[in-house]
Design a protein around this ligand. Sequence first.
Ligand SMILES: Nc1ncnc2c1ncn2[C@@H]1O[C@H](COP(=O)(O)OP(=O)(O)OP(=O)(O)O)[C@@H](O)[C@H]1O
Ligand SMILES: O=C(O)[C@H](O)[C@@H](O)[C@H](O)[C@H](O)CO
Length: 165
Amino acid sequence: MGVSGTGKTTLSVRLGAELGCPVLEGDAFHSAASVAKMRAGHPLTDADRWPWLDRLGRAIGEASSTRGIAVAACSALKRAYRERLAAASAVPMYFVLLDTAREEIARRMASRDGHYMPPSLLDSQLATLERPMPDERALTLDAARTPESLCAEVRAWLDLVPASR
Ligand SMILES: Nc1ncnc2c1ncn2[C@@H]1O[C@H](COP(=O)(O)OP(=O)(O)OP(=O)(O)O)[C@@H](O)[C@H]1O
Ligand SMILES: O=C(O)[C@H](O)[C@@H](O)[C@H](O)[C@H](O)CO
């Protein structure tokens, strides 16, 4: 989880490869209308996001049944979005927030080609972000670290989280 451009896709692909499990890309579950809206520079609303979170959550639940675990990249900006995603999946869900300085995120967004998300939406993403509370199953990491070290820390954390929690 985290705002656009923090490295969710990069980390999830790496983690999925290391764990040998399915990887789901949240961006692929948006409706065409939502993608067009973001491309045009308009932030999504809650109403835009609920059906997307339900679709992605169900897919996470299905994907995790094959290998016992699945990894997903999803902004999941608000607590209510994380709760919706977990409820739709019907499996235990653990969140990793990638968080770092605005300047670094803006630099990453500006430097990538062909992505529908315009850098102008970064401030709305940051304003919407509700960082996980202590009672959520969540780990916060500095997104400025290397993908290798982020991946290693997530794996160490997952091993320490009891499966029944
Ligand atoms: N740990 C990292 N260190 C340096 N650059 C990174 C790191 N992770 C990702 N990047 C680069 O930052 C850019 C954004 O990464 P990525 O697409 O993984 O982010 P994202 O959070 O999935 O974005 P979005 O939600 O907008 O799809 C890419 O150009 C990627 O190569
Ligand atoms: O909830 C949202 O506003 C969206 O998921 C956005 O965060 C983007 O789709 C994603 O980050 C790709 O840039």
